[in-house]
Design a protein around this ligand. Structure first.
Ligand code: DON
Length: 302
């Protein structure tokens, strides 16, 4: 495995086109494009890493995986009355389908769906308490207390969140937002601003491997883990989800910070990071690296 990762790290940057960083969050726009890291936690407990695997980055939408697990833990399957389980085929921040579908977002991984998910785990607590609960979940999953929210990133995002606020208010007009939109959006922006490195993220993803003995605490039932992976496969890369399934064949969740969390069911949790994004807003080199890793390991589920 170490040879495979080192080979990917050595060869991945050969194409001079490394994509573009997300422009709309000031602290993400200036991240150095030359970085690349990858970490793999195998189901047998062995861990491997290569490149900038210890460099922290903003996990952004990858947080939606932890948020949906937390919300499901709180309200169970009633979450699905407020958010669907179908791919949207549209950009992560699109508002288009919300009007046609009465303010019920297609899935918990597009922004509208994630805002409803945040609204759900926020209910009954303050934003600070709710974020404390989310951080606890992520730290427990990673077995690492040194995971924090980057408040500068959160602030920057709050200041540029007009479209997310529009989504929140639109859903509220349909009765699909129960908390003060300012609180829900503040919680959502802070949730997206969690910093992690590839090693921490790959470790945190092990909770989706289905409670394999000795692999950290069992945070969700294996049926729920399986369903979250199904959503990652079908919706984890927005309108690029089909392309990721085609090229990699594994459930994954991307974020505009350039990270991707990928699960090889029953085999491994993988985190890859490179800040340059492709046209869908998913890490360009991260996707290419996952394609190479899936080829080399034969881990595609297909
Ligand atoms: O809601 C937003 O705009 C971001 N904080 C998260 C978006 C994101 O990561 C989309 N992923 N590719």
């Amino acid at each position: 495995m170490q040879d495979i990762l080192d080979h990917i790290t050595a060869t991945i940057g050969q194409n001079p086109d490394r994509g573009k960083t997300a422009r709309y969050i000031p602290d993400l726009a200036n991240v150095d494009l030359d970085q690349f890291g990858i970490a793999v936690c195998l189901a047998d407990g062995r861990e491997f890493q290569s490149g900038d695997a210890a460099t922290p980055f903003s996990i952004q939408s990858i947080s939606k995986v932890f948020a949906v697990a937390l919300a499901l833990g709180k309200v169970g399957d009633s979450l699905w009355q407020r958010v669907g389980r179908e791919p949207s085929g549209l950009a992560f921040d699109s508002i288009m389908l919300l009007e046609r579908e009465q303010g019920r977002p297609r899935n918990p991984f597009i922004n509208a769906g994630a805002i409803v998910t945040t609204d759900t785990y926020l209910e009954g607590s303050t934003p600070k308490e709710a974020l404390g609960g989310l951080l606890r979940f992520v730290r427990d999953a990673a077995g690492d207390g040194n995971i924090h929210i980057n408040s500068a990133v959160a602030r920057g995002e709050m200041q540029t969140a007009d479209r997310n606020f529009a989504l929140a208010h639109y859903m509220r007009s349909h009765g699909n937002l129960t908390q003060d939109p300012q609180h829900t959006m503040g919680t959502y922006c802070h949730q997206c601003a969690i910093d992690m490195n590839c090693i921490q993220l790959a470790r945190a993803g092990r909770f989706l491997l289905g409670g394999i003995e000795g692999l950290g605490p069992r945070l969700v039932h294996k049926t729920r883990a399986r369903r979250i992976q199904a959503l990652m496969m079908t919706c984890g890369h927005y309108d690029g989800s089909g392309d990721f399934a085609f090229r990699v064949g594994l459930p994954g969740k991307s974020g505009v910070g350039g990270g991707i969390l990928v699960i090889a069911p029953g085999k491994a949790s993988i985190a890859v990071w490179s800040p340059g994004l492709n046209a869908y807003g998913n890490s360009k080199l991260g996707t290419e690296a996952m394609e190479a890793l899936a080829d080399a390991t034969d881990w595609s589920v297909f």
